[in-house]
Design a protein around this ligand. Structure first.
Ligand code: TTP
Ligand code: MN
Ligand code: MN
Ligand code: MN
Length: 379
C-alpha cells in the first residue's frame, strides 16, 4: 500500500476556521519547524511571512495522519512554496537547514530573549540587539533607562517566562472573581484565550467580564484594578485607553489596507501582573495548600477584557483565539460571506456602507464606524 493514499483523497477546506484542528495532532515535527520560521518572521516584523508559515502549520495540524512524503501534500491548500520547501527538507533529511540556522542565530536568540521581557516589543529589542545587547543581563548592565513595565519585566523575567499552568489559571480565576464580585455582584467571568481552547499551559491568563444588565459593566475595569491593587495583588498595571486599531492601524486607514494581511482589530486588554504578597494569598495564587518561605508567590501575566452584555458573544469568540483562527474567521466572513466580524459585532457590509454614508466623517471601513460607537464602553 502506498503511503498517503488516504490523505490524497481527503478534501481540505482552505480557511483554517473551516477545519477541525486538534491540540494534539500527527505532524508536530513539521509544525515545530514551521513555527520557528513564523516566530522569526514575526520578530523581524514581517507579518505577511509569519502568517504564511502559520497557515501552513495549521493545515498540517488538521491532517488525520502523519505526513511521510511530500507527494501526500499534493492538492492541499495553504502550503506556499517556501513552506513546502521546508516540509520536504524535514521529511527527507529530518531537519531543515533554514530552521537550524535560525534556531542557532544570535539575532533570533537575542530577539526571543529580549522580547521575552514584559513591556519589550520587536522594535525595541531590535534596537538593543544592534547595540550589542543580547540578553536580559546585558540590558541590566547597559544602564538603559527602562519604563515601569520593562523594569517589572526584567525583575520578574524568569517567572513571567515560566508557563502558567492550568491550576494556576484556575487559582487566578478565583482571585479575579473575588475582585469582580466585590465591586459588581452578578458580573460574569469567563476564562478565554488559550486555556479556553483546552491548552494546559499559557504565557498568561485571559478573562472576559460582563454583566447581564447592559451598562452595569461601565467603569468596571477601573474598580477591579483598584480592588486588586488595594489587596496587594498588583505588581504592575498598564492603564491604557488605547486600542489595537488606534495604536497599530491608526483609525483612518483605508479598508483595502486593512484587508492586506486580513488583520483584525480589537481593544488591548488591561494587562495586569498579579502576585500575592501575603502568605494566605500566596498559597492561593500558586494553588498550593502549604507554602513556606518568605516568597512563595509568583508573578503571572493576566489580561482582562470587559464587554457589554450585548457584545458578549462576539467578545467571547474574538478572544478565544487562536490568533490565526480569528484571522481566518474574519477573512472567511469578508470574502465568502460579505460580512464583517469583529470582537463586538457581526454585520452586513452593504448595510453598514449605507450607514456610514450618513456619517461622512467615518470615511473608511465600516469597522471603524461601529468601533467608534462602542469604544468608550470597552476600556
Ligand atoms: P493571547 O493571550 O496573546 O494568546 P493565547 O491565550 O491564545 O495564547 P497563550 O496561551 O500563549 O497566552 O491572546 C488571547 C486571545 O486574544 C487570542 O487567542 C486571540 C485574541 N487576540 C487577538 O485577537 N489579537 C491580538 O492581537 C492578541 C494579542 C490577542
Ligand atoms: Mn493567553
Ligand atoms: Mn474593535
Ligand atoms: Mn493574553
Amino acid at each position: 500500500q502506498k503511503p498517503g493514499l488516504e490523505l490524497a483523497v481527503v478534501s481540505v477546506p482552505s480557511y483554517a476556521c473551516q477545519r477541525h484542528t486538534p491540540l494534539l495532532h500527527h505532524n508536530t515535527t513539521l509544525t515545530d519547524a514551521l513555527s520557528i520560521l513564523a516566530e522569526n518572521a514575526e520578530l523581524g516584523e514581517n507579518e505577511g511571512r509569519g502568517v504564511a508559515f502559520r497557515r501552513a502549520a495549521a493545515l498540517l495540524k488538521s491532517l488525520p495522519q502523519e505526513v511521510r512524503g511530500a507527494e501526500q501534500l499534493r492538492g492541499l491548500p495553504c502550503l506556499g512554496e517556501h513552506s513546502l520547501r521546508v516540509i520536504k527538507e524535514v521529511l527527507e533529511d529530518g531537519v531543515s537547514h533554514e530552521v537550524e540556522t535560525t534556531t542557532h542565530s544570535e539575532q533570533f536568540k537575542a530577539m526571543k530573549a529580549l522580547t521575552g521581557i514584559f513591556g519589550v516589543g520587536a522594535k525595541t529589542a531590535d534596537r538593543w540587539f544592534r547595540e550589542g545587547i543580547h540578553t536580559p543581563s546585558d540590558l541590566q548592565r547597559s544602564g538603559h533607562t527602562l519604563n515601569r513595565a520593562q523594569r517589572a519585566g526584567l525583575q520578574y523575567y524568569d517567572e513571567l517566562n515560566l508557563p502558567v499552568t492550568k491550576p494556576e489559571a484556575v487559582a487566578i480565576g478565583q482571585i479575579v472573581e473575588r475582585a469582580v464580585h466585590a465591586v459588581l455582584p452578578g458580573a460574569e467571568i469567563t476564562l478565554i484565550g488559550g486555556f479556553r481552547r483546552g491548552k494546559q499551559t499559557g504565557h498568561d491568563v485571559d478573562f472576559l467580564i460582563t454583566h447581564p444588565d447592559e451598562g452595569r459593566e461601565e467603569g468596571l475595569m477601573r474598580k477591579v484594578v483598584s480592588w486588586l491593587e488595594a489587596q496587594g495583588f498588583l505588581l504592575y498595571q498598564k492603564t491604557t485607553g488605547n486600542s489595537y486599531l488606534e495604536s497599530k492601524e491608526g483609525p483612518a486607514r483605508p479598508a483595502s489596507n486593512m484587508d492586506r494581511f486580513e488583520r483584525y482589530s480589537h481593544p488591548l486588554p488591561q494587562t495586569l501582573v498579579v502576585v500575592g504578597d501575603h502568605a494566605q494569598k500566596v498559597s492561593w495564587v500558586l494553588g498550593h495548600s502549604q507554602c513556606s518561605g518568605p516568597r512563595s508567590w509568583r508573578a503571572v501575566r493576566v489580561d482582562l477584557v470587559v464587554s457589554p452584555y450585548s457584545q458578549f458573544a462576539f467578545a467571547l469568540l474574538g478572544w478565544t483565539g487562536s490568533k490565526l483562527f480569528e484571522r481566518e474567521l474574519r477573512r472567511w466572513a469578508v470574502h465568502e460571506k460579505a460580512m464583517t466580524l469583529s470582537s463586538h459585532a457581526l454585520y452586513d457590509r452593504k448595510r453598514v456602507r449605507t450607514l456610514s454614508q450618513t456619517h461622512t466623517h467615518f470615511k473608511y471601513c465600516s469597522g471603524s464606524f461601529l468601533y467608534y460607537q462602542i469604544r468608550d464602553k470597552l476600556i
